[in-house]
Design a protein around this ligand. Structure first.
Ligand SMILES: [Mn+2]
Length: 317
């Protein structure tokens, strides 16, 4: 008789799972939490086995409606991504965004969980910071009030988000899963001193600067090539644009397991000059798993196809 909570690996996923667990603890029900293999929006053998053992399942902050539909248990699916509404008798689908509510009112899955169960805490705010950053403080006074109730400053909360995210950045799936219980059994101030997470952070910091040693100017843009098992590419590029001041940065991680990653970021002022959405469209047409917005592009592909993807991007820059 156990409830399984399947959650995203980032701060919003972890805090959403903790908030659900808090409700289950209150009801005296046992629970277990699990996250997919980091970086992959899929359920592996381990997850399907746990589903078989569970009496009911929560899926939180994971945009996987097609997988939720395959679960043959009672499912509560709580999310804030744009997705089709699931109409199945065993599925309770809670997603205010697809009901037409705004991102400002529901900035994260943690916010949706808190709203649904009326269980609010600093964890609600952490999830929101994880997904939308400091903007949440402009959108909601409650975000700040919740922190204050737990004696936390804005800066403490930002730090906690980095600490929680450090688990997935170093690709530590178990670390992500353990974090859900860790935050329930510690005071927020203690979490700021968590040794495992602080160690992750220093390893990540070193790895980012190692990557930034390989900056080279290639005409219109700056290129950074490196090889790392860690999921740091977006942080490397952000540092290059926001801290080092480069206008257009194209980074390539050739050693991300058997895969390669590409990440492009341009200064927002240049969004008129460089048509990033057109590049994303072209990459998708050529069968690449690419995504992004006006000023960023991210792509992951088998290592052998990296140069092909780079050719397309560089040709359009
Ligand atoms: Mn989220």
């Amino acid at each position: 008789m156990t409830t399984l909570i399947i959650h995203h690996w980032d701060t919003d996923g972890i805090t959403s799972a903790s908030l659900v667990a808090l409700v289950l603890d209150y009801l005296g029900e046992s629970w277990k939490n699990i996250t997919p293999p980091i970086g992959r929006f899929e359920f592996d053998e381990r997850i399907w086995k746990e589903i078989d053992r569970a009496t009911d399942v929560f899926v939180v902050d994971l945009n996987v409606p097609e997988l939720v539909e395959r679960i043959d248990r009672k499912v509560t699916f709580i999310d804030h991504h744009i997705q089709p509404k699931i109409e199945k008798p065993n599925v309770e689908h809670i997603n205010p965004i697809i009901e037409g509510k705004s991102e400002k009112d529901y900035p994260s899955a943690s916010w949706v969980v808190s709203d649904h169960f009326s269980v609010w805490s600093y964890l609600s705010t952490l999830g929101a910071i994880g997904d939308v950053g400091r903007r949440v403080f402009d959108w909601s006074r409650k975000a700040m009030v919740l922190l204050a109730e737990f004696g936390l400053r804005k800066e403490d909360a930002m730090k906690l988000v980095s600490l929680l995210d450090s688990n997935y950045i170093v690709m530590d799936r178990e670390g992500v899963e353990d974090a859900v219980q860790t935050i329930l059994s510690s005071e927020p101030k203690e979490l700021l001193e968590n040794k495992r997470w602080l160690k992750n952070m220093s390893i990540i910091e070193r790895e980012i600067w190692r990557a930034l040693n390989n900056v080279e100017n290639a005409g219109r843009f700056t290129k950074i090539e490196f090889s790392s098992d860690f999921n740091i590419i977006s942080k490397v590029v952000r540092k290059a644009v926001w801290v080092m001041g480069y206008d257009v940065v194209l980074a390539v991680n050739r050693g991300f397991g058997g895969n390669g990653q590409i990440y492009l970021r341009i200064k927002p002022e240049l969004a008129e000059d460089v048509n990033v959405p057109a590049i994303i469209k072209m990459l998708k047409l050529r069968g690449f798993n690419a995504g992004g917005k006006k000023d960023v592009l991210g792509l992951i592909c088998p290592r052998e196809r990296i140069d092909e993807a780079l050719g397309i991007i560089e040709g359009m820059l």
